[in-house]
Design a protein around this ligand. Structure first.
Ligand code: UTP
Length: 413
């Protein structure tokens, strides 16, 4: 692609009513001018026009939503040995891979480095990335084989993440089994729909959500590699749940023997109003309905045994059949418009770090991929043993609660 000229960009920006992006153009060196023009030329204006429109989630209105029963702990215990054998066979044949989603910015935690670099230890250093690798190593040891691990970063944290792993010798994981790849970025806009500048020569770009993980993985060239290695199942998991089991044989075995396209680890809701997305059936297909999309009725409905009908919250740990992922690869995910605090430079060229949300980011979410599958197995896990997300500094799902749960589970922190 040839470099866009100033005139071309000026015309586009005039049409889009976004000329403010060239406000500092004349103060820049020729290199930085070219770089700014290049960045502007990549903006998807259709996306920008979505700012302030109805969120994608409103599309749920009028859809037929029903509960989707989970495989519960009692059944998992009863069939433990059967599932474990199936799972171990798949693991030993290297039919499973794992994808760590580490491209987010972790703004709620308020830590200025990649979230996985956060030290959750108290008496010794214990990093979030280290916890995840330790958990994966349990499975590697049990199965006696490595699990190919793909780590998604973003342009904002790629360098720091890869150096951190290198400096810590990959926390004992086999570096030949790890591949890093970068996700896409999307521009951020202010509440007025104007694209924000984060510096005089840079538009504000942020990672475009965790939904693009599979297309980014393919773009990085790893689909062919996975096919050649005979990978049939790919798990995808968040960076922040320090207790999660990853590709554990009983789970893998349960999903494989269910015949479903995918499975997802779920926890029994702590209360009807817990703010978690719930695995449901929507118009005959599995779907995750977000907390705020549920009516009061749906939140409190109970079955004849007194259990909540919509009782299982998702934990961002899914296992997908690779073939199905390939089939939906070209399908577009709905874009979510999320309000965030976005640093920017103001009309006087001063850097501003807002204390409250000041605009929108555009994100695709992995949870929307579930609805593209024909079937999904919600697989119940024991909350106290496997669910310790580090989202906030304190309070709910925080550093404090995760430390407490790690200790309860015998992890020295
Ligand atoms: P969250 O939804 O918690 O977002 O991500 P976040 O960016 O980490 O944190 P906040 O909301 O700003 O506090 C859930 C998972 O998805 C990954 C995160 O790294 C985390 O593992 N993620 C999120 C990405 O990989 N890319 C993204 O663009 C967003």
């Amino acid at each position: 692609m040839s470099t866009p000229t100033y005139e071309q960009i000026y015309t586009t920006l005039k049409e889009q009513d976004q000329l403010h992006l060239l406000k500092y153009y004349n103060e820049l060196t020729p290199d930085r001018q070219a770089s700014l023009l290049e960045q502007i030329s990549t903006i998807d204006w259709n996306l920008i026009h979505m700012a302030g429109q109805k969120p994608a989630s409103d599309e749920k209105a009028g859809k037929q939503i029903e509960p989707l029963g989970a495989m519960e702990l009692t059944e998992i215990e009863k069939r433990h040995d059967e599932f474990e054998a199936i799972g171990l066979e798949a693991l030993r044949a290297q039919k499973t891979g794992a994808v760590l989603l580490a491209g987010g910015q972790g703004t709620r935690l308020g830590f200025d480095k990649p979230k996985g670099m956060f030290n959750i230890g108290v008496t010794r250093p214990l990093y979030i990335f280290e916890c995840l690798i330790n958990n994966l190593m349990d499975v590697v040891k049990q199965a006696g084989t490595w699990i190919p691990l793909y780590i998604m970063t973003s342009r904002k944290n790629h360098e720091e993440t890869t150096s951190f792993f290198r400096e810590h010798n990959y926390f004992g994981y086999n570096p030949e089994e790890i591949r890093f790849f970068q996700q896409d970025m999307a521009p951020s806009v202010g509440y007025d729909g104007k694209v924000l500048l984060e510096a005089k020569d840079r538009i504000s770009m942020s990672p475009n959500g965790n939904g693009g993980w599979f297309s980014s993985l393919c773009r990085a060239g790893y689909l062919k590699e996975m096919q050649e290695r005979g990978i049939e199942w790919l798990s995808v998991f968040s960076v922040d749940n320090v207790l999660q089991r990853i590709n554990d044989p009983v789970y893998v075995g349960a999903v494989i023997s269910s015949g479903c396209d995918c499975g997802g680890k779920v926890v029994r809701k702590a209360s009807p109003n817990e703010r978690v997305g719930v695995l449901c059936r929507e118009s005959g297909k599995p779907a995750i309905v977000e907390y705020y999309e549920m009516t009061d009725d749906m939140r409190s409905l109970r079955d004849e045994n007194g259990n909540l009908l919509y009782n299982f919250g998702v934990t961002l740990n899914y296992l997908f059949r690779l073939k199905r992922l390939e089939e939906i690869r070209e399908k577009k995910l709905p874009v979510h418009i999320v309000e965030k605090k976005i640093p920017y430079i103001d009309e006087n060229g001063n850097e501003v770090k807002p204390e409250a949300p000041n605009g929108y980011k555009f994100e695709d979410l992995v949870l929307d991929m579930i609805h593209m599958m024909d079937s999904c197995l919600p697989y119940e896990i024991v909350r106290e043993k496997e669910f310790a997300p580090v989202k906030n500094r304190e309070g709910v799902d925080s550093v404090d609660t995760a430390r407490e749960l790690l200790t309860k589970n015998g992890v020295q922190i």
